[in-house]
Design a protein around this ligand. Structure first.
Ligand SMILES: Cc1ncc(COP(=O)(O)O)c(C=O)c1O
Length: 383
């Protein structure tokens, strides 16, 4: 991508998907196909060397000692919460503005989700509001590293540490992101990752992983993901079947070799958007100086979000709202008793945010086109 791209480079019309996984596949097709065929030839589909190798490679990448693969990011959260002992009567604090699984897994583990509001500029848990959400029943805190930027972990730790409450990082969107040089995965008691295809490191189906520097916790997750059995058919605890399959592991190992370069391309794309959108009336995502943002999403903001969304869609530009309804207002959590107005920062974000295409293979011309269409709709920056 040329550094010299300007709005004048925008074509009159083109198509820009939100994500183009075929473009990524084209760049690594030979290695991906070979990895898939090697698994087919081995006929080792569950467990085996691809899984153990990926577990240790991801753990190393995340500066953690242990990695435990599982069936999805959702299961990673559920298994980690169970390993931390969450059950009936326990409260677990997370943010009101995240993907559903950040909260559903708390309830699925038997606990009660307790929400806190987010920071208006990073969309991450607001540490200033955390202490008020903690009670004698609080068992775990789950900050979410939303859109690829870490939550302010030292500030969260300063509240949880003295109270001896473990922190579980929901790092589903944030593999490789950092806060003050510390990587997602090494800052909490445990961290959970998703390999959903749209993530920076995405598989060819569902997949997830729990990482931890605590051998006992990692071992508990290992036990829980395989029916709580050790050895086979001797069940110590009630576990589940949540394994990462060898096909996913083999593909993810190929992709992991490119992950740093892909992060770099996403960061360059974000920088170009910032440059080209500086003159228009759209809110740009804040990348904190302490953070290494890996831009799983590039989320802009405007009170005219719904109109902008329609304008971009009509212009052939893929976009998405992450997330249109905050978690405390979801019907399935009605019995928790939250109401509109409880978390105004999350509620405003749900009305105003829009994710733009940011994937690594995006061209400068495509970014110029998206930016020109935003200028066209929102006009010059005021104030
Ligand atoms: C913040 C967050 N947590 C958890 C998950 C769940 O991951 P998965 O879709 O792999 O189950 C996701 C996935 O989108 C996510 O974005």
């Amino acid at each position: 991508m040329s550094a010299k791209v300007s709005l004048a480079d925008a074509p009159k019309t083109m198509t820009v998907p939100l994500l183009d996984l075929r473009a990524q596949y084209a760049t690594i097709k030979g290695d991906m196909d070979a990895a898939v065929h090697a698994v087919l030839d081995s006929a080792r589909f569950i467990g085996g060397p691809e899984i153990t190798s990926l577990e240790s490679e991801i753990a190393t990448y995340c500066h953690a000692a242990h990695g435990v693969g599982c069936a999805s990011g959702t299961d990673a959260l559920l298994l980690a919460l169970k390993a931390l002992g969450v059950g009936k009567g326990d409260e677990v604090v997370t943010t009101a503005y995240s993907f559903f699984a950040s909260a559903s897994t708390i309830a699925l583990a038997g606990g009660t989700p307790v929400f806190v509001d987010i920071e208006a500029d990073t969309y991450n848990m607001d540490p200033a509001k955390l202490a008020k959400a903690i009670t004698s029943k609080t068992k775990v805190i789950v900050p979410v590293h939303l859109f690829g930027q870490c939550a302010d972990m030292p500030a969260i730790d300063a509240i949880c540490g003295p109270r001896n409450i473990p922190v579980l990082e929901d790092a589903a969107q944030a593999i490789g992101s950092e806060w003050q040089g510390k990587r997602a995965g090494e800052m909490g008691a445990m961290a959970c990752f998703s390999f959903f295809p749209s993530k920076n490191l995405g598989g060819i189906g569902d997949g997830g992983m729990v990482v931890s520097n605590d051998a006992a916790l990692a071992d508990k997750v290992r036990l829980l993901r395989e029916h709580g059995a050790r050895p086979k058919y001797h069940h110590h605890i009630l576990g589940q079947n949540s394994r990462l399959d060898a096909l996913q592991a083999a593909v993810l190992r190929v992709k992991l070799r490119h992950l740093e370069a892909w992060h770099g391309s996403r960061q360059k794309n974000a920088a170009l958007y910032r440059e080209l959108l500086a003159g228009t009336n759209v809110g740009l995502p804040l990348a904190r100086a302490e953070a290494r943002h890996i831009y799983n999403q590039f989320v802009v903001r405007t009170p005219k979000r719904d109109g902008l969304r329609q304008h971009l869609t009509d212009a052939g530009i893929g976009n998405e709202i992450y997330y249109p309804r905050p978690l405390h207002l979801q019907e399935c959590f009605a019995e928790l008793g939250y109401k509109e107005g409880d978390f105004p920062v999350s509620e405003a974000a749900a009305k105003e945010t829009l994710a733009l295409p940011i994937y690594p293979e995006l061209t400068g011309e495509q970014i110029a086109y998206v930016s020109a269409k935003i200028h066209e709709f929102l006009g010059p920056r005021s104030g």
